[in-house]
Design a protein around this ligand. Structure first.
Ligand code: AMP
Ligand code: MG
Length: 316
């Protein structure tokens, strides 16, 4: 067991975090989606220790986080479509999968054996400052033990990973609350690999690009990391519930009655996304026999929320 520093963010702590990353250590840091578990993405051993700390059963590919759009040209082949979408949205809860360049310095472990690497420029200023101080991309999955609910506060990270990582930078709860949207942008026909914190509708409206869904076309590429059971609380989860049964905790949405907790009484999908993981953790600590969840609409961030709920409900 190592000592884990849990600290509120200030300039000194940011510099300490960047120094630890330079030494190949692991630092958990806030982003607008969820807390990330960061390592220097160009250091193979540091990246390997991410998998060890999380107890990840296999080497799923990781996202490389950057703090300047220009960095991508050093690491990946940027298609016209990738450039258009990156420039329209970054920094944002949006991850773009592109082909590695032949001299790409990002660890092959980040790509988990693929020819591609997933890159994100996060919007959170703490993440940006930390990456800028390191001066290199930071590989980071969510800062939780593999298979458990993603962390949206520094306390969540501490509960799962204290003793396993060097530092946790605390900057309060994450604003978006679900992971990034992942798009394969190798061609001018981008493919949705994971629904997430930036709505597909918004990407299509701003860029005029049509996004393809692998669910609807078996020929399209899929993401290797999308496990059926994931984000799993200990309690079983039952979805699309109108009337909860005796003994069930009721995770409501909109104007439902008798909710144990309500993701958003106003029926606002953004607010619901930001509460999702924290509320699942709270209910998971109770004596209820199961978590019953209201139906969530399948538009905008509802796509990401339903995706996470489906995985949480998968028998495990
Ligand atoms: P996480 O960092 O845990 O939020 O998850 C990262 C996810 O991004 C992975 O589980 C994959 O689904 C996806 N991903 C990362 N890198 C790639 C890649 N090179 N190709 C396809 N999907 C990727
Ligand atoms: Mg994760």
């Amino acid at each position: 067991m190592m000592d884990t520093i849990l600290a509120n963010v200030n300039q000194k702590r940011l510099e300490q975090a960047a120094d630890l990353l330079k030494q190949g250590k692991l630092v958990a840091f806030p982003t607008e989606t969820v807390y990330g578990l960061g390592a220097d993405a160009t250091n193979d051993e540091a990246v390997a220790s991410i998998f060890e700390a999380k107890g990840r059963p296999q080497f799923n590919p990781l996202i490389a986080h950057i703090s300047d759009i220009e960095w991508i040209y050093d690491f990946v082949e940027v298609s016209p479509c990738a450039k258009k979408i990156a420039e329209a949205f970054w920094p944002a809860p949006l991850t773009l999968v592109m082909n590695r360049t032949s001299n790409c310095k990002i660890s092959l472990l980040v790509s988990a054996g693929l020819d591609t690497v997933a890159v994100r420029f996060p919007r959170h200023s703490v993440a940006q400052q930390m990456i800028r101080l390191l001066g290199k991309p930071v590989a980071a999955p969510s800062a939780n033990i593999s298979g458990t609910v993603s962390p949206t506060t520094a306390e969540h990270v501490f509960q799962g990973l204290s003793g396993r990582i060097s530092m946790i930078l605390n900057d309060g709860p994450c604003a978006v609350g679900v992971e990034s949207t992942v798009l394969d942008v190798r061609t001018d026909q981008p493919v949705l690999l994971r629904a997430g914190g930036l709505a597909v509708e918004e990407i299509e409206a701003k860029t005029g690009v049509k996004i393809l869904f692998p669910d609807k076309d078996p020929e399209l590429p899929r993401s290797p990391g999308q496990l059926l059971s994931h984000y799993a609380p200990k309690l079983q989860v039952r979805l699309n519930v109108i009337e909860p049964e005796e003994g069930e905790a009721f995770l409501g949405f909109g104007s439902v009655k008798n909710a144990t907790l309500n993701l958003s009484e106003k029926g606002d999908l953004k607010e619901a996304a930001s509460h999702l993981f924290a509320y699942m953790r709270l209910l998971d600590k109770t004596e209820y026999k199961r978590i019953a969840v209201s139906p969530i609409p399948m538009n905008d961030l509802g796509l990401a929320i339903n995706d996470r709920l489906k995985r949480a409900a998968y028998p495990h």
